[in-house]
Write a protein that binds this ligand. Structure first.
Ligand SMILES: C[S@@+](CC[C@H](N)C(=O)[O-])C[C@H]1O[C@@H](n2cnc3c(N)ncnc32)[C@H](O)[C@@H]1O
Length: 276
């Protein structure tokens, strides 16, 4: 069963007329919300019809969805080791941008569900993840406010900063650094230099690869909003040195632990930080 209803070339035609695309997207999400979730044997659990990370239940899509989550939980384990921690020492963990629970589905086998918190600007995704996997939904970081007093041993974001403009990343990092316990670990992914060099893999008809690489060379940073979105959401690339400068300025209490180019699915870099 396909959750992405239109073939890419047809979808690209629709995307060229923003109001039409947005109307179609709204209708698609409303249909998914109405249908809810179904049991998927290959995942040994239910998946939501709005889970945009699972474009169909064909065997290869299911396998790549499942493998992606297993590999990322492996990356989290390695990151903890690099930061001098291990899974046993994680009493509380937060996923920012959990979607419909792709990672939590696997993470709950490493960390007890009651120790996991999730949030997403798509609140339905966070609600589904919480209800389905027994974890806790918390407000998005931007809505937590100064008084929010919960602290975490591990915070991670997969494919979130890869879509946001600089100011949103900086503000998010500043808050996350306050939400980490001392020696708490932050792991996030980003599109880096090598990703930009193979930008055609993202199949974005509007993306000018030469302009992207020229801008990365010049400033170390590139963000462009999806032309078919109204919200500030698009595609972001940051070279490693610039990313480190951004973290040093926005979140000075974080110390750099590691950077791994192309560690996620051979196209996203991983950054690991630890709170001092
Ligand atoms: C590409 S999806 C990745 C979902 C999930 N991390 C995964 O890998 O399966 C990016 C997710 O980040 C969410 N997101 C974007 N900005 C966010 C923010 N400021 N706070 C929380 N979630 C955010 C989006 O709604 C979306 O669900």
């Amino acid at each position: 069963m396909k959750t992405k209803l239109l073939p890419t070339d047809v979808l690209n035609v629709v995307k060229r007329t923003r109001p039409v695309y947005q109307l179609g997207r709204k209708a698609r999400f409303a249909l998914g919300s109405y249908m809810g979730a179904r049991y998927v044997a290959a995942l040994d659990s239910r998946a939501h019809y709005n889970d945009f990370m699972l474009s169909s239940t064909s065997a290869d899509h299911l396998e790549s969805y499942r493998r992606g989550a297993v590999e990322f939980v492996g990356i989290l384990g390695n990151s903890l080791r690099e930061a001098g921690r291990d899974w046993q020492s994680i009493e509380s963990c937060l996923e920012v941008g959990c979607g419909y629970g792709r990672i939590v589905r696997k993470l709950r086998h490493m960390v007890p569900p009651q120790a996991i918190a999730v949030c997403d600007v798509i609140d339905e995704g966070a609600r589904f993840t919480a209800a389905e996997f027994g974890v806790q939904r918390v407000p998005v970081v931007e809505a937590m406010g100064e008084g929010y007093d919960r602290a975490f041993d591990l915070i991670y974001l997969l494919s979130v900063y890869t879509h946001l403009p600089r100011q949103m990343i900086e503000a998010n990092l500043a808050t996350l650094s306050r939400l980490l316990k001392p020696r708490g670990v932050l792991v996030f992914s980003m599109h880096g230099k090598q990703s930009a060099e193979m930008a055609e893999i993202y199949e974005q008809y509007w993306l000018d690869k030469a302009k992207l690489n020229a801008e990365l060379e010049r400033s170390g940073f590139f963000y462009a909003r999806y032309p078919y979105y109204y919200a500030e959401y698009g595609l972001t690339w940051i070279v490693a040195d610039e990313m480190r400068k951004i973290v040093a300025k926005a979140a000075p209490s974080l110390e750099f632990v590691a950077h791994h180019a192309l560690a996620v699915d051979a196209h996203q870099d991983i950054f690991v930080y630890r709170r001092t």
